[in-house]
Ligand binder design. Structure first.
Ligand SMILES: [Zn+2]
Length: 402
């Protein structure tokens, strides 16, 4: 990369992280010479990446900003039952979105062929983005080998192991593709929407339990990409066998299935008149999280205690993470979080305050995510945006300006 390439990227990044900068403000933020800025801004305007506003002002005062429709990113999140997709412009504003339910994701070939066709249909139905998509980010609900671009030993869908996801989608859509663990893209969505969150943990509480870690505004994946797999931390001496083969894992003790099994046993023993009534009314004889959510909303004392106990289990692991990482924020999402609501949040918070040192908790913010439904697809779009922008930018401009 030449000096001019680096200067252009530096100018572009300074402008995209602001609401608009004049040339002299760009000089202040980048430290580049004014002659370099003048030359490279002219090239960025000519290529359409930048636009300027304030026609009656002198050139020195004109505000430069990113042209949002110059390009787009697609972000998608695969769940066990749902596929969510969003297309965003260069300002990360959503221009198109869709969700569909999945019947069967066990066979990777048929499932990914269906998902690819779904993405192609969304692109075709939005002509303004055709030929202008810079890349696809894809969040997946299982361990991901980030460097290899492949799933690694997915516990519930073993046939996906080593499926060449990145190759499959980049050949199908002819754009760069990046895959990552779902909690990482969910964590990234929070940071992009709230740039003050420098060090953040995103905790997904559902069938599985995972943690996306953002440190100093970058996703921390560890050496092989498996950082944040907190669901299999041993928390109990009980012989609750986990699908990973071990026993006593957090997921086997506090995941959705364990929580529902505990509730069903207690309801069978007459602990909750409210939940007994719900079961008696319905045709199904199994409890669902929506039943627990309804019980919480009805102030059912058994269900409140159930989520307080759940909060202690989750909180004991999170307090260890707080001790090690000292995050400024913990954000909760997932079906179990939604069901437990404020009772779960408060129990987790109290347990962390009780277990972790004052210095680590005095400014710690714990909250629910505001957008679990779309956060993952948005985060995947923003992640591919951050990762490939420089390459795409370089490819379109770099070769002409050595
Ligand atoms: Zn386990």
């Amino acid at each position: 990369m030449t000096y001019n390439d680096r200067a252009r990227i530096s100018i572009y990044n300074a402008i995209r992280k602001s609401v608009g900068l004049s040339r002299s403000e760009v000089a202040d933020r980048t430290g580049l010479a004014r002659s370099t800025i003048s030359l490279q801004v002219a090239e960025l305007l000519r290529s359409g990446f930048l636009q300027e506003a304030g026609k009656n002002l002198s050139q020195r005062k004109l505000k430069l900003s990113i042209h949002p429709e110059k390009g787009y990113f697609i972000g998608a999140l695969l769940g066990t039952r749902r596929f969510s997709v969003q297309i965003v412009n260069l300002h990360y504003q959503v221009v198109a979105e869709m969700q569909c339910h999945l019947q069967n994701i066990h066979d990777p070939h048929s499932c990914n062929t269906f998902l690819l066709e779904t993405l192609q249909e969304l692109i075709e139905s939005n002509p303004q983005v055709q030929g202008r998509i810079f890349g696809l980010g894809l969040g997946l609900p299982f361990p991901v080998n980030f460097e290899a671009g492949k799933p690694d030993s997915p516990p519930y869908i073993p046939l996906w192991h080593d499926f060449p996801m990145v190759d499959f989608y980049s050949e199908g859509l002819e754009i760069p593709v990046l895959i990552d663990n779902d909690v990482n893209v969910m964590a990234w969505a929070e940071v992009v929407r709230e740039p003050k969150l420098d060090n953040t943990l995103f905790i997904k509480l559902g069938t599985g339990i995972g943690c996306g870690i953002v440190l100093h505004q970058g996703i921390y994946r560890g050496a092989q990409g498996s950082a944040g797999d907190i669901g299999h931390i041993a928390v109990s001496e009980q012989n609750k066998v986990c699908h990973c083969g071990h026993s006593g894992c957090l997921e086997a003790t506090a995941g959705r299935e364990a929580l529902l099994a505990e509730a069903e046993k207690a309801v069978g023993e007459g602990e909750s008149v409210f939940l007994q009534g719900l079961l008696a009314k319905g045709r199904q004889r199994k409890l669902a999280l929506r039943d627990l959510q309804a019980a919480i909303q009805a102030n059912d004392s058994f269900t409140i205690r159930l989520f307080q106990k759940e909060g202690e289990r989750i909180g004991s692991v999170l307090s260890s993470l707080v001790n090690v990482l000292n995050p400024d924020s913990i954000i909760l999402g997932g079906s179990v979080s939604e069901a437990g609501g404020l009772y779960l949040l408060r129990a987790i918070h109290q347990h962390i305050l009780y277990r972790s040192p004052h210095l680590a908790t005095m400014k710690l913010n714990i909250q629910m995510t505001k957008d679990f439904l779309w956060g993952g697809s948005f985060g995947a779009a923003a992640l591919i945006g951050e990762h490939i922008f420089e390459q795409e930018f370089h490819r379109q401009l770099g070769s002409r300006n050595g």
